[in-house]
Design a protein around this ligand. Structure first.
Ligand SMILES: Nc1ncnc2c1ncn2[C@@H]1O[C@H](COP(=O)(O)OP(=O)(O)O)[C@@H](O)[C@H]1O
Ligand SMILES: [Mg+2]
Length: 254
């Protein structure tokens, strides 16, 4: 289970993001980026954040620590923005939190260098989870203390929106034509050799155990949260073995 903190103060909304995340202070004195369970995208976005974030970190990629944030809707009472107030009100209970990397800069491919090895690991990982949100328009990568950090895995694993079609959907290739790291000549083959063997049933069991039960309840076709956890693991295990051969749009990379 992820560490649980209780929000003690809502600091500010983060206007850059489409899902209107915010900053909160918590009872452990930490500052967290909070993603709301009441946001339009729904709780599956939060499940995707947990599965991909926890998997990325275990594969050695830099990914801020995740926690769950218990939110008392009363915290929103003093919030002047009505949209934010409604979001706080509809998000009582368990939300997602991420360590706030204070002073981080958005990744700019023209301003920073990335090695072919590191680009390869990130592209391979994005292929594994089918991340459609790492484009040059919207990289969802941060530079912090001289290193590249991954954030925002809400738009991944498209197959979890239609479980009966998941095996067919997860068999599809991954296109990197718009990927922000394509110009760095990502060494996907090296990344696959290093990372694919790590994506085991045991590792996925550990990763999916981090998803709060409440975000897994009442999914059609599944009797228990653990059954749904296994459904999250299966396409990733299958994809790990083959995705490096199914990455398209590489042409033109330098
Ligand atoms: N852990 C973090 N530390 C610092 N800034 C962050 C962090 N997470 C997100 N941000 C900032 O908030 C913005 C929106 O977050 P993101 O996770 O991309 O949300 P969205 O799903 O709305 O796109 C990011 O582009 C970044 O500027
Ligand atoms: Mg984003």
């Amino acid at each position: 289970m992820l560490k649980e903190v209780i929000a003690t103060r809502f600091i500010t909304p983060l206007r850059e993001g489409g899902s209107l995340p915010g900053l909160v202070e918590a009872d452990d004195f930490g500052t967290y980026v909070i993603k709301f369970t009441g946001a339009g995208q729904g709780r599956k976005t939060l499940v995707a954040e947990v599965v991909c974030g926890e998997l990325a970190r275990r594969l050695g990629l830099r990914m801020p620590r995740l926690v769950t944030v218990e939110l008392d809707p009363l915290l929103g009472l003093g919030e002047p923005d009505q949209q934010v107030q409604e979001l706080l009100r509809s998000s009582s209970g368990t939300n997602l939190g991420m360590d706030f990397l204070s002073g981080a800069l958005g990744f700019d491919p023209l301003a920073f260098e990335v090695s072919a090895e590191e680009a390869g690991r990130i592209v391979w990982f994005d292929g594994l989870v089918n991340n459609v949100d790492r484009s040059w328009r919207n990289p969802n990568l941060l530079m912090w203390q001289g290193d590249l950090w991954l954030i925002d895995h809400g738009a991944t694993m498209i197959w979890h929106h239609n479980w009966p079609g998941a095996p067919a959907s997860a068999a599809r290739p991954y296109d990197i034509a718009d990927h922000v790291l394509r110009p760095f000549g990502p060494d996907v083959a090296a990344a696959a050799a290093e990372l694919a063997p790590l994506v085991t049933e045991e590792l996925l069991a550990e990763v999916t155990a981090e998803i709060p039960d409440t975000w897994l309840a009442d999914e059609a076709g599944f009797d228990t949260p653990d059954e749904l956890r296994r459904a999250y693991a299966r396409p990733l295990i299958a994809r790990a073995a083959v995705i490096h051969e199914r990455i398209t749009g590489v042409e033109g990379a330098k």
